[in-house]
Design a protein around this ligand. Structure first.
Ligand SMILES: *[C@@H]1O[C@H](CO)[C@@H](O)[C@H](O)[C@H]1NC(C)=O
Ligand SMILES: *[C@@H]1O[C@H](CO)[C@@H](O)[C@H](O)[C@H]1NC(C)=O
Length: 353
């Protein structure tokens, strides 16, 4: 890792050490989601698959990560925002009786740069219709002001028209987790979707305590999984001396960590309290690891290669593709149509954009 990144982490650790004191409580104990380990291990595979850059394999659900617990998933829309380097899919998981929406995390810059940026990021946008609720404008706009939102809402509508009202489960890792949270909230607030569940992995803080409080009332069925010393859930930093002004996580956190007993290591999954900032969960350790950010439940949450917004897709998909003037595109299929059985070209025969 670069020297500057280490420096940032060191400064950050010091700040954390000094940040003790009064904290605002965001308590919603009774209504909060129960943690379901099985469901979390299924969803982490969706959050991993959305990182794949071969869009043909992703759209036809034949990618190397499109197997295992997610086998049989039917993608309805695959949304690729070239302008902002974002990617998401919407589809139907019949075994879960649910529409699953997954957002990819950051890919454009190296993850170190992204983490450094997050470190200094101030709360800078009022969440519409929620007095005092402040959020991070970058995450907010990534969902609300790009091709993501209209495409996703349209796909959910089409899925519900065809399958009847399914539950909606929204997931994502890292920045994708931040977008998943805004999406879950949007579905609840603006589209009256009844059963919305959000499960994110290693997501950063996205708003202040007032926002966290609204959020947990509106989307109580939310689990925010954190892992060991993963740095990202510690960002932007929590400043205890400014409880009204600081970023504040919403509940419910589930913290994964290992304990050694004798020569054995055990993975613990700690279900945290309703405050969003349980001092006995990830807050009890220093967020100083990037590698803990990239693997959850043993599943890799990253692209095969960082940095480039590389996209590969097959010319055969043209009939499913809609492209706008900026080059953003959506691969879309009618839920009523039979599942695509596309022969994929594995040796780079697709288009590189
Ligand atoms: C946990 O989730 C799985 C997968 O959706 C489901 O089959 C199971 O019934 C759930 N368990 C509980 C206790 O709700
Ligand atoms: C929202 O998107 C439009 C069109 O891409 C852009 O012109 C505008 O600057 C964006 N607003 C913000 C605040 O990012």
């Amino acid at each position: 890792m670069e020297r500057t990144s280490w420096l940032i982490l060191v400064i950050f650790s010091c700040l954390l050490a000094f940040s003790s004191g009064r904290e605002l409580k965001v308590r919603q104990e009774d209504k909060l989601a129960a943690y379901n380990h099985t469901l979390a291990t299924i969803l982490v595979e969706y959050a991993s698959a959305v990182y794949m850059s071969d869009l043909t394999e992703l759209f036809t659900w034949t990618c190397p990560r499109c197997d295992g617990l997610t086998k049989g998933f039917e993608v309805i829309d695959l949304v690729v925002d070239i302008q902002h380097c974002l990617q998401a899919f919407v589809g139907v998981a019949k075994d879960l009786n649910a529409v699953v929406i997954a957002f990819r995390g950051t890919q454009e810059h190296s993850i170190q740069n992204w983490i450094e940026d997050l470190f200094w990021k101030q709360l800078d946008l009022n969440y519409p219709g929620m007095p005092d609720a402040m959020v991070h404008n970058g995450f907010y706009y990534a969902y609300h002001n790009t091709t993501m939102r209209p495409a996703i809402l349209n796909a959910v509508k089409r899925a519900n028209e065809f399958y009847g009202d399914l539950d909606v489960i929204v997931t994502g890792h890292s920045m994708g987790g931040a977008m998943a949270s805004f999406c879950g909230l949007d579905l609840k607030v603006n589209h009256e979707t009844k059963n919305v569940q959000v499960i994110t992995f290693g997501q950063p803080r996205i708003g202040n305590a007032a926002f966290a409080s609204y959020y947990s009332k509106l989307v109580p069925n939310t689990i925010r999984v954190t892992n060991e010393h993963d740095v990202v859930p510690h960002l932007p930093p929590y400043y205890s001396y400014f409880p009204q002004k600081t970023y504040h996580h919403f509940p419910r956190e589930v913290w994964l960590y290992n304990i050694g007993l004798g020569s054995q290591m055990y993975e613990v999954e700690k279900v945290c309290d309703g405050s969003g900032e349980d001092p006995t969960c990830s807050r009890s350790v220093t967020g100083n690891s990037i590698s803990d950010h990239l693997v959850y439940y043993g599943v890799e949450l990253m692209c095969e290669a960082w940095r480039s917004c590389k996209i590969v897709h097959d010319p055969g998909l043209v009939e499913y593709s809609k492209t706008d003037l900026q080059g953003n595109f959506i691969l879309s299929r009618d839920p009523a149509a039979p599942i695509l059985k596309m022969k994929t070209q594995s040796n780079g025969g697709g288009n590189h954009i």
